[in-house]
Design a binder for this molecule. Structure first.
Ligand code: PEP
Length: 247
């Protein structure tokens, strides 16, 4: 999207040791080039040391989830102000793995996104259809329905990010065709503009799902693809940096 700086976000999921996490962060920072904004989202225990490894700046830090409450009796959960406190500026919300593993509904994701905004974090809200929904021709209504339910009203004013991640493309090595990616991104753009007016035109819409160095440049060149959310390939610094070089 013209005038919009692309975002290449690495979702490290539940991978790696402390040593691997800090080494990966250092390698990403050392190799970062002007162009795309880079973001890494390590597992919670590694946020502080990874933040330390990124202290020279140039690579942003994010969480992979947060709770909807600012604090309280929620064993095992992490609050948005805690992420902000340790230097995170982004948080991934509503990833399909959380929707599947933890039963997160659109309403839950919206409440978490509100908490993120209140804490000063930029939410990256994930949406995407299942393979059955894609085959039934329902990808677009599923995605626009998830947007309606998951995005809070303050989303655009805070520069929120949408990640389109077809569930069947995550970690599978399969991707939609480029016309199919472009069609969903155009539909997301239309949805954001109808809900948020002009502010919706400048929000970043990331594609996620089996993005690799070999397919990144052509996906990132599609209209309304303003970056990528990268899982597996974000665990190898050279691959993550090669994807970013494709913007
Ligand atoms: C993801 O889970 O956000 C993702 C895009 O994973 P992968 O790149 O491994 O498909």
């Amino acid at each position: 999207t013209p005038g919009v700086r692309p975002l290449i976000a690495g979702n490290w999921k539940m991978h790696g040791t402390l040593r691997e996490a800090t080494a990966l962060a250092e390698a990403v920072q050392t190799g970062a080039k002007p162009g795309a904004e880079l973001l890494v989202c390590p597992p919670f225990p590694y946020l502080v040391p990874v933040g330390g490894a990124l202290a020279k700046g140039g690579v942003a830090l994010g969480g992979q989830d947060c709770h909807a409450a600012t604090k309280g009796a929620h064993t095992g959960d992490v609050a948005a102000p805690m992420l902000r406190d340790v230097g995170a500026t982004y948080v991934i919300l509503g990833h399909s793995e959380r929707r599947a593993d933890h039963g997160e509904t659109d309403a839950v994701v919206r409440a978490k996104a509100e908490a993120a905004l209140a804490a000063g974090l930029i939410p990256i809200v994930c949406v995407g259809e299942s393979e059955a929904q894609r085959l039934a021709g329902e990808a677009e209504p599923v995605v626009t329905g998830q947007l309606a339910g998951s995005l809070p009203d303050g989303f655009a004013a805070a520069g929120g990010v949408v990640a389109y991640e077809p569930v069947w493309a995550i970690g599978t090595g399969r991707t939609p065709t480029e016309p199919d990616i472009a069609a969903i991104h155009a539909a997301i753009r239309g949805n954001l503009e109808s809900r948020f007016s002009e502010a919706g035109s400048a929000l970043r819409i990331l594609y996620g799902g089996s993005v690799k160095p070999g397919n990144a440049a052509s996906i990132l060149a599609l209209a309304h693809v303003d970056g990528a959310l990268v899982g597996g390939a974000s665990l190898v610094a050279a691959d993550f940096l090669a994807i970013a070089a494709g913007v």
